[in-house]
Design a protein around this ligand. Structure first.
Ligand SMILES: [Ca+2]
Ligand SMILES: [Ca+2]
Length: 192
């Protein structure tokens, strides 16, 4: 990809190297660090402006994550599971149980983009409540029927035949997080 070499040479030899006919440029190597600029990420996409102009960071809204699903033990994702927690509920459609804890990590990444609320990690709507529907297993695979079941459950999380408490839905496709089927505010207000 790059027609160049990485080399360690004495500082006093740099000009000699730079002046070689076949050398276009010489650049110092640099130390790079992964992530660790969450606030900058938020400002880059103007999420902070949304927070200030609309006066909300998602409080009162519930979002269903349909994925592998969420490691709710992560401190930035509430550190727990169940009513009153950031990840307030969900279901594991892969293993047929009520514990949708992530065993793959992708869904946790998605949940973090949406709702992380930690000192070093913050999502676009850090005050939303999450519901976790696991439709992809530890290998990252799942079935269309499981996804459909999770979408149905998103429209009726308490399975009582009414969609009055329906959630907004997010899933990831081809590398993008896409928001779909926005539901209602969890306290029964207007559709969003
Ligand atoms: Ca499970
Ligand atoms: Ca319902």
């Amino acid at each position: 990809m790059i027609a160049g070499v990485a080399a360690t040479i004495p500082e006093e030899d740099l000009d000699a190297v730079r002046n070689l006919d076949y050398v276009t440029a010489v650049h110092h190597d640099r130390i790079l660090r992964a992530s660790a600029t969450p606030a900058r990420n938020i400002t880059q996409i103007c999420a902070d402006q949304v927070w200030s102009q609309l006066g909300t960071r998602g409080s009162g809204v519930t979002v269903a994550v349909i994925d592998t699903c969420i490691d709710y033990t992560h401190p930035a994702l509430g550190g727990g599971f169940g009513p009153g927690k950031k990840v307030a509920g969900g279901y594991d459609f892969i293993n047929g149980d009520a514990d949708p804890r992530d065993d793959h990590d992708r869904g946790t990444h998605v949940a973090g983009i949406i709702a992380a609320d930690g000192a070093d990690l913050i999502g676009v709507a850090p005050d939303v409540t999450l519901i976790a529907y696991k439709v992809l297993g530890s290998t990252g695979q799942g079935t269309m029927s499981a996804i459909i079941a999770a979408l149905e459950r998103s429209a009726d999380p308490n399975d009582d035949g009414s969609s009055s408490e329906a959630t907004a839905v997010s899933w990831r496709k081809h590398g993008e997080t896409t928001w779909h089927a926005a539901g209602r505010r969890s306290h029964g207000g207007r559709s969003s």
